[in-house]
Design a protein around this ligand. Structure first.
Ligand code: ACO
Ligand code: ZN
Length: 161
């Protein structure tokens, strides 16, 4: 289905991994080895999505559902849907691609994998991403000091499923 923004969102396939790795390298300092992407695709295929525009992959979201987490509210028991990585190529931004990826991934984490809560970490300086998450109902619940390799802090953001 083509959305009104001119893009489609679908589950990722093994052959999409190279494009996902390329987008990740071009847009984020947090890069992962190929097996890490493959592991998430294998374990949570319904919550690993790509966005296509004119036949080109322009964005992805990679998630996992955890039974316990070091970071989130320990009084909330249950499964936590962790948004591990999300990115959209600059030329495809501000058209709702990330919003669509987030909504579909959260739906899958809840309905397919039984998540009760969603959470993610984001750089405290990453205003575009923080705005996106706030718009989707996430709240900053904690600051994770020096979370990133370069010493920057992260906000732990979460919302109920
Ligand atoms: N400035 C201010 N607000 C913004 C911006 C911006 N540059 N970008 C998005 N937003 C907010 C706006 O409220 C926007 O709604 P609007 O366009 O109606 O004003 C809303 O978020 C939704 O925007 P989308 O179009 O859905 O987001 P987009 O497809 O442009 O992707 C993203 C946003 C993923 C943050 C993109 O800018 C990106 O890839 N950045 C680099 C990688 C990155 O930071 N990824 C997130 C890291 S955290 C993690 O992965 C868990
Ligand atoms: Zn994380």
């Amino acid at each position: 289905m083509i959305s009104k923004g001119g893009f489609t969102v679908r589950e990722a396939r093994e052959e999409d991994i190279e494009a996902v790795i390329d987008i990740n390298k071009r847009t984020l300092p947090e890069n992962y080895p190929r097996f890490y992407f493959k592991l998430h695709l294998h374990n949570f295929p319904k919550a690993f999505l790509v966005a296509e525009m004119n036949g080109e992959i322009v964005g992805y979201i990679m998630c996992r559902v955890e039974y316990d987490s070091l970071y989130t509210n320990p009084s909330v028991v249950g499964r936590k849907g962790h948004i591990v990585s999300l990115a959209v190529l600059p030329k495809a931004r501000r058209r709702g691609v990330a919003t669509a990826l987030m909504k579909k991934a959260m739906e899958a984490m809840k309905n397919v994998y039984g998540a009760d809560e969603f959470y993610l970490e984001v750089r405290v300086s990453n205003m575009p991403a923080i705005s996106l998450y706030k718009k989707l109902g996430f709240k900053a619940v904690k600051v994770l000091q020096k979370y990133y390799g370069d010493g920057e802090d992260a906000y732990l953001m979460a919302r109920p499923a």
